[in-house]
Design a binder for this molecule. Structure first.
Ligand code: Q9C
Ligand code: ZN
Length: 676
């Protein structure tokens, strides 16, 4: 398995700067880069990465995307007077040139290509390039929006040429539309481009008609351009998560990329003066974590925008921590997507219905223009900043006050979320350790009277046999280690998986855990009492359940044999939205006999559930299924699962079942919603 995270950075890229007064360009400052690097040092993350030196991108590499004439224009800025630099800058929208711009822009390209090389050659699994100037607005013949050369687009062309990569996914989470990338790959079905962006019904910069959801790509590229316009500011963690779960990820898994490149702008984060959105730094950890499950983990993250220094640098650190495999902090905030986000999601899903199997059976008639309606309904749903109404001077002051408020908030917020997090990933296992990866510690048999008493108190009549008693006692010992944050996860092989999980749930209650997410896969014969909301039980069983579904007791039953694509839509479209809505303190996964998810299915389930409950998972496996031990241990250690590959469309009745369940429960679990 390939491991490690590359960090590509050079402070020479801080030399490019604005020399004259220009309120529009004033936010793209050198400190954007240096503050990220300083913060990475503060968190001791630099030494955990493989440091990769930058190089200049060559003229040929730049011309993979840009015209020779445009290259010449940029090259000429090297020897201009300030007056000429200024004059050249005015030929483009929101751009400034400096004597060092050409050099820095070549380094930004080269840094991005070094990252692609590190990942494609297998030197590291993933990595991040911290670069300036950014790239996603720049076009074949033009600089635009602080961007000179299109770093990410050049990287995609380079990966296609040098490594013969067949399918590349570009995820642009910058708050602006990377129209430059859209133009370059519009007709290319081998590059799937996803962008969300502040749009406000085309009022927001760059105010292009082609930034709306109905720009799906052209010719052979139809379906390979995904635009999610944000028509309101104030979008928060739950809105971003909903778009990933219901729009990007189903399409991305179906596309099955061989490489993922992120246009990672952090102006979509809280406090940013441009974006005016509300996503907190850990949101970027979750976005990164999801993308790590594609393309066998080959993920290149490349900096674009981000203008609130504290927000930017904390979010960059969360991204790199996640790339390194650290446990993720829980996603904070109310898990309810706003109406305006739901409207955008519905529209983009409807626009792509014809092109994607995962949307084929969805009931997606285009919405009427609800902009006025959603404004009325949306009050209180989005933050209204009102800074546009005040004059220049006052608004400067307001922005400074707001920036300082966000600084204060982030100081506190980061302390809170990082103190809750277990420091390192550790997995302990009980039972026969033969088939376990070496990184998994084997739990020594414990022999405490206290725990034995707990077991006897729970099921004295059931634990006649010594081996059952020991298994249960060891399970409790592991559970206590997880709850006390001595380890992140635990594995238990049990002769009585149902009994073990029921006891685990009871003991969680004794240990005062508030909310336990319990996932049963395969045959389990334990009735779990979950009416009080302390346990949320999701059964992914084979046997049709006798009881109707309720808020806290849900059964998903496939009609035929388990299909990959049914499992995908159930996992992304149902299990994860419910789990994120619930926000559990611990996840218990119990695998009974005859489970039908298969090795990859179980591994993907375990891996994605690590975004919840601060990564705390107890897996209880029926001894008949013990060969699954390694498949469950690996994702717990942060080893991403192999890809599924493109899958045949799911049976309509299975998709129908997931859809009905979603509709039935979306009042209770709001993250299930993907339409107004
Ligand atoms: N009122 C990047 O984030 N703003 N570029 C123009 C006019 C330009 C952003 C505002 C923003 C460019 C890489
Ligand atoms: Zn941006």
């Amino acid at each position: 398995m390939v491991s490690g995270t590359a960090l590509v950075y050079d402070d020479e890229m801080t030399r490019h700067k604005l020399l004259w007064e220009d309120p529009i360009c004033a936010i793209e400052i050198p400190e954007r880069l240096s503050s990220c690097y300083e913060n990475l040092k503060r968190y001791n993350l630099v030494e955990r990465c493989l440091f990769v030196p930058v190089r200049e991108g060559t003229e040929d590499e730049i011309m993979l995307v840009h015209s020779p004439d445009y290259l010449e224009v940029v090259k000429n800025t090297q020897k201009m007077t300030e007056e000429e630099l200024r004059k050249t800058s005015t030929n483009y929208d929101a751009v400034f040139f400096h004597l060092t711009t050409y050099r820095c822009a070549k380094l930004a390209v080269g840094a991005t290509l070094e990252l692609v090389d590190a990942v494609m050659s297998g030197t590291t699994r993933n990595g991040m390039a911290l670069v300036r100037p950014p790239g996603h607005h720049s076009q074949r013949n033009a600089a635009n929006g602080f961007c000179v050369f299109n770093n990410v687009a050049i990287a995609a062309k380079y990966a296609q040429r040098k490594y013969g990569v067949q399918r590349i996914l570009i995820v642009d989470w910058d708050v602006h539309h990377g129209q430059g990338i859209q133009y370059i790959f519009e007709e290319d079905p081998s590059v799937l481009y996803f962008s969300w962006h502040r749009f406000e019904h085309q009022q927001y910069w760059p105010s292009l008609r082609e930034s709306d959801y109905d720009a799906v790509g052209q010719g052979k590229g139809a379906g390979s351009n995904i635009n999610v316009p944000w028509n309101k500011v104030g979008m928060k963690n739950s809105d971003y998560l909903a778009v990933f779960l219901h729009v990007l990820l189903p399409m991305a898994f179906e596309f099955d990329p061989e490489l993922v490149v992120v246009s990672a702008g952090y102006d979509s984060g809280i406090g940013d003066p441009e974006g005016q959105m509300s996503a907190t730094p850990e949101c970027f950890a979750h976005l990164t974590h999801f993308l790590m499950h594609l393309a066998k983990g080959k993920l290149c993250v490349v900096l674009e925008g981000g203008y609130h220094l504290r927000s930017l640098s904390e979010s960059v650190c969360m991204t790199i921590k996640t790339l390194l495999g650290d446990p993720l902090p829980s996603l904070s905030g109310e898990m309810v997507p706003c109406l305006s986000a739901l409207e955008s999601m519905h529209n983009v899903r409807a626009a792509h219905k014809l092109y994607w199997k995962c949307l084929l059976y969805e009931d997606l008639t285009p919405l009427k223009d609800l902009s006025t309606k959603s404004c009325q309904l949306g009050q209180g749903e989005a933050v209204q900043t009102g800074t546009t109404l005040v004059n220049q001077q006052e608004s400067g002051k307001t922005n400074r006050d707001e920036a300082a408020k966000t600084d204060e908030f982030l100081e506190q917020h980061m302390k809170e979320i990082l103190s809750l997090e277990p420091p390192v990933r550790t997995v302990v296992a009980e039972g026969n350790g033969d088939s376990l990866p070496p990184s998994v510690q084997n739990e020594k048999n414990v022999d405490t009277e206290e725990l034995k008493a707990v077991v006897r108190g729970f099921a004295a009549d059931l634990v006649k046999e010594e081996n059952v008693l020991n298994a249960l006692v060891n399970m409790l010992a592991i559970l206590e280690k997880i709850v006390k944050k001595k380890v992140t996860s635990g594995l238990v092989v049990s002769p009585e998986a149902s009994l073990s999980s029921a006891l685990a749930l009871k003991h969680c209650h004794d240990l005062r855990l508030q909310k336990i997410l319990c996932i049963f896969a395969g045959d389990m014969d334990m009735k779990i009492d979950s009416d009080d909301g302390k346990v949320l039980l999701i059964n992914i069983g084979n046997k049709p359940s006798e009881q109707p579904n309720t808020k806290y007791n849900i059964s998903l039953n496939w009609k035929e044999d388990a299909e990959r694509s049914t499992f995908f839509s159930a996992l992304l479209g149902f299990v994860l939205p419910v789990a994120y809505s619930y926000q559990p303190d611990l996840t218990v996964i119990a695998v009974g006999s005859n489970q039908t998810l298969g090795t990859t299915g179980i591994a993907l389930l375990v891996s994605l559930l690590q975004g919840l409950a601060q990564c705390r998972i107890l897996a209880v496996i029926q001894d008949t299924e013990a060969q699954l031990l390694e498949d469950i241990a690996k994702p717990m250690m942060g080893d991403m699962t192999p890809c599924f590959g493109t899958c045949s469309p799911a049976l309509q009745k299975n998709i129908q079942m997931v859809k009905e369940l979603r509709e039935q429960l979306q009042q209770e679990w709001k993250m299930l919603r993907c339409s107004v």
